[in-house]
Ligand binder design. Sequence first.
Ligand code: ZN
Ligand code: ZN
Length: 203
Amino acid sequence: MDAPGADFLEMNSLDEYLREAEQAHGHLCAGQVLGVRLAMLGLAKLEIDDPRGKDRKRLVTFVEIDRCATDAVGVVTGCRLGKRALKFRDWGKMAATFVDVSSGKAIRIAAKESSKNLARQMHPELESKNQQQMMAYREMSDDDLFTTQWVKVDLPPEEFPGYKGERIVCVLCGEGINFRREVQRDGKVLCRACAGESYYSSI
Ligand SMILES: [Zn+2]
Ligand SMILES: [Zn+2]
């Protein structure tokens, strides 16, 4: 049997990733296709072939939105919040940055605004926007879908997945604080909630 060509392999892994993404996310949607393509492009640019196997300690991924595509990025890269390899920056943008911690190389990839219109032009026969985009995002070139930019990401030791640091106790609430997230106020060590950065208030 002939060895499959590179195109075949690429399509094959797109389909495979989409199947996995659908399972993990609960449904297949345009966001899954976008997220899978975005992550595959990031890995290809960094030449990381096996992010969930032998290369699993090489990659840290920053995502800039908590939407459908974010789940797909997690599936393809294997980067998870609970492993500290997935970092969430809540900027509401369909973009992610992939950092190869072994080399320091990093690439930021963002979805182009124009890809939505292009999807409509490519598949006017399909009724729903989601279906148009689901189909078109599979077919579009990387250049039509994304902008890419090599960047530098400042990643201090406490941001690395394997960071082992001492736990500090907040002098006000007594709760433990990991990963150097404590705040110094008037010579006191506080957690961010006690320092006034809380997202909740007591009732
Ligand atoms: Zn979805
Ligand atoms: Zn506290």
